[in-house]
Write a protein of this length. Structure first.
Length: 202
């Protein structure tokens, strides 16, 4: 009888451990940063925790740092910062970025560099997002290959947890975007209000 009771406790413990693991795996995932595209904020060989359910309860916001499947090759995951929401108009010249006519003052970027010597304008389609790396001179992002559909977003990067000496909550720099007039069509995000707010990472 005692052996039966002990065996049942062992089985229950194992099952509970597996369930906890699966729930955590569903909610949160670890990502290994490779590449310099998010410097100076994120660096190669850092590990970040990604909230995979964040956007079940609210729409992605400007300034959020997200992990997503690269639209040109969904076997690769990238990490970038959301700059433009569905319906936004993004304009760049060699050293500046505007969103809906508002010039961004971005304290988190390495250098204010864009690839074209002339100005370029993008209109973000419904359900898509315009993303940029913070290390503008080297980042492979929406300036080169276009938009990120919402269904390719894995989740929001919340914090750096390794190396322990680099521990930090990832700053979304909401003050940079607060003056932008939102143009998100509510029809593209049913039931949600408008919130202002790198195998390899490029």
């Amino acid at each position: 009888m005692k052996r039966s009771h002990l065996a049942r406790e062992v089985v229950e413990t194992v099952v509970l451990t597996i369930l906890i693991f699966l729930v955590i795996r569903f909610l949160i995932q670890s990502y290994h940063v490779e590449g310099p595209s998010m410097e100076p904020g994120l660096h190669t060989d850092e590990y970040v925790l990604v909230n995979k359910v964040s956007y079940l309860f609210q729409a992605p916001a400007r300034g959020d740092v997200i992990v997503f499947h690269y639209p040109k090759d969904t076997t690769q995951d990238y990490i970038k910062r959301i700059i433009g929401l569905p319906g936004d108009t993004i304009k760049t010249d060699p050293t500046h970025v505007w969103v809906n006519g508002i010039l961004l003052n971005e304290p988190y970027i390495s250098q204010p560099v864009n690839p074209d010597i002339t100005s370029t304008t993008w209109k973000v389609p419904p359900g898509d997002y315009f993303v940029l790396g913070d290390n503008r001179p080297v980042s492979d992002d929406s300036r080169y290959w276009g938009f990120v559909p919402k269904n390719l977003i894995v989740g929001r990067a919340m914090l750096v947890y390794w190396p322990a000496s680099n521990w930090q909550i990832i700053n979304t720099h909401q003050s940079v975007y607060v003056k932008i007039t939102a143009t998100l069509d509510p029809a593209t995000e049913p039931g949600k209000g408008i919130t202002l707010r790198m195998p390899v990472f490029s």
